[in-house]
Design a protein around this ligand. Sequence first.
Ligand code: NDP
Length: 445
Amino acid sequence: MSYTEEIYDRVVAQNPGEPEFHQAVKEVLDSLKLVIDANEEKYRSVSLLERLVEPERIISFKVPWVDDNGKVQVNKGYRVQFNSAIGPYKGGLRFHPSVNQSILKFLGFEQIFKNSLTGLPIGGGKGGSNFDPKGKSDREVMAFCQSFMTELSKYIGADEDVPAGDIGVGGREIGYMYGQYKRLTGKYEGVLTGKGLNWGGSLVRTQATGYGLVYILDAMLKDHDISIADKTVVVSGSGNVAIYATEKVQQLGGKVVAMSDSNGYIYDANGINLDVVKDIKEIRRGRIKEYADEVPGAVYTEGKGIWSIKCDIALPCATQNELNLDDAKTLKANGCIAVAEGANMPTTREATDFLLAEGMKFLPGKASNAGGVGTSALEMCQNSMRRSWSFEEVDEMLQRMMNDIYAKISDAASRYGVEGNYVVGANIAGFEKVADAMMAQGTAL
Ligand code: NDP
């Protein structure tokens, strides 16, 4: 049995009931096989993989809060501090009813390699709660955020662990949590990223994941002499990543014809009117079906099925495992040439394998959505320097970062003889830096 297979079996045995974590570990280990096999003795001798798959620390806590009816509610809170070999833990907080330890461990594990790919000094972590902000009043969200931060504040800090937003955690939630952190610690420091612009936030952070996704997509397509201009694009989700991916595609001349939320999807043959989507989602916190009520000619369909819409490029930007094997086959049959992941692990393993086997261009999330965390690290930089860079400065750094990531993953894939396989390329390029840092720091982590 190979070292990577041994470690996968160990992870399954020692982490029962955590399918998402198993899935993420398997995907990474399978694609690291080439580099691990080539250096097996070196890594085995220091139990590198055993250490890599074990989080440094998991904090799990109770979050009691009072709802608008005066009733005490209780949620679960977590922070997974996975790996600090190359910098303080960094990764988002997710508030969604589906959140559990398995999902946060999968996200924290992936985050290690993603953060490494950015070229910036940030380790991997992730956290969140099974709290659902949907349908809650602002006061309820604030009460929850304050209680959550009261406990979390004991474990984070600008040089220890710097959380950010993720699903269900946007500017409003970051604001409530930052206020509470400051009140508890008396420190005005860059402990959270995604802050408001007039209290320590960075320009471009809001747009960063979506813009970054399209920058790296553009870099990959250009490398194959293809232009985004005039391409038809389908974007799933209508949250932060989806909205700004759509905006950048439109700026580069592409046409986004569909978007979705967890209830259904809209199709607009004329191209999505993003102002309407922003108004529904960013201002009114409404449902995507309202788009069809407001835009003549647009059609709303309840349920999944967005990948049945014919497109050249698919950008899954909603959630994990939202694009399965049947969807992948439909995309291929409809002439789609590229899939780039805006969300984390939105494509199932079977679907990814199919897309790669069919020779479709596929960018994995840990490379293609790294612009968000990369820009968060730029926010940390500005906070430490007590400075604010202009939109153009940060945008240029983001673009350079995404071009560099494409170069790194493309180079790693070629070095190991799997040219064009950016899944393998991203895992290897992300892993090499972390592995070197762990080896250099002895058995401390
Ligand atoms: P948001 O909460 O802003 O938006 C999420 C979108 O996905 C919403 O439209 C939501 O619909 C939809 N969605 C969520 N769960 C499901 C589901 N089970 N089925 C179908 N649709 C669903 O989150 P973000 O845009 O920030 O994040 C989207 C993805 O991108 C996540 O995987 C996240 O981890 C990843 N990501 C985000 C980064 C960031 O900077 N924000 C950075 C890197 C990765 P509804 O409103 O109905 O729930």
